[in-house]
Ligand binder design. Structure first.
Ligand code: ZN
Ligand code: ZN
Length: 267
């Protein structure tokens, strides 16, 4: 099947290739569409986001490519919005992916996705060694920022489980994740199934994990495939296998950006 990938990174944030190199790759692969979603700017962590002075150039470049390649590929301009970024000039973008890469304790921000070691240190220091307290801090901020920012797509929903420190089998964790999910799906039904962690070999399965996929299905959520690619070669990474996984969970369709709309495609 022909795919779309709406979660891609370029040199404007922490990706390795230019937008145009990504476009050429997507054309080569005969994709339906591609969406750029470089990281939003966070003033307390300068490693990832588009610098404010580069936002205009990012927007200009993607709009230029849209025109240049209009006969070959649908191209969309998005933003991966961290919950702690300020969402300015939303009208510049075709869509927003809402994500949460940090939890905040007091005045300090702690990254959720840097390393298992860092997660464990925060769990020990602030949550008495209980990962569930950490998970609650994560899902609370994810939900709150989703309600505040109203993104179009929910991004890597269970990033908190990236390093295997959560007890994903426990009903306490599952109920917590499900409750957050239901609140977020009230804001938008669109949620990404993100193969990035499989690509980066930190997990064997995409985000979110299968019990959450079942909850998405049960609550009328619609899944959007993405690879969160930082390299052009990973544009459609693990997509075929993920479609099989979704079918095995019971999904009959996925959603793709096509002609400016989220279009449901049978799988
Ligand atoms: Zn992310
Ligand atoms: Zn990303």
């Amino acid at each position: 099947m022909r795919y779309s990938n709406i979660h891609t990174h370029t040199v404007f944030s922490d990706g390795r290739y230019t937008p145009e190199e990504n476009v050429l790759e997507a054309i080569k692969r005969n994709m339906i569409s591609i969406g750029f979603s470089d990281h939003s700017y966070t003033e307390f962590d300068l490693r990832f986001g588009i610098r404010p002075q580069n936002t205009a150039a990012y927007v200009r470049e993607i709009r230029r490519l849209q025109k240049k390649y209009k006969d070959d590929l649908e191209i969309y301009l998005g933003l991966e919005l961290d919950g702690f970024s300020k969402l300015e000039n939303r009208e510049l973008y075709d869509y927003i992916i809402g994500d949460c890469h940090y939890i905040k304790i007091g005045d300090e921000y702690f990254t959720v996705d840097d390393s298992g070691q860092e997660q464990q240190q925060v769990i020990d220091r602030y949550f008495g060694g209980n990962p569930l307290g950490y998970a609650k801090a994560y899902f609370d901020v994810y939900t709150q920022k989703t309600i505040e920012n109203k993104p179009d797509i929910l991004g890597h929903f269970d990033l908190v489980a990236k390093f295997g420190l959560m007890d994903e089998e426990s009903s306490a964790y599952r109920n917590m994740a499900a409750e957050a999910l239901i609140s977020c799906l009230e804001i938008t039904p669109f949620i990404e199934v993100n193969t990035g962690p499989v690509c980066r070999r930190v997990r064997k399965v995409p985000y979110p994990t299968d019990f959450i996929l079942k909850e998405i299905l049960a609550h009328g959520g619609k899944v959007v495939l993405s690879s969160d690619s930082h390299e052009t070669e990973n544009m459609e990474f693990y997509f075929d296998k993920t479609v099989q996984l979704l079918k095995s969970v019971g999904f009959k369709s996925i959603v793709q950006l096509h002609k400016g709309e989220f279009e449901e495609i049978e799988i």
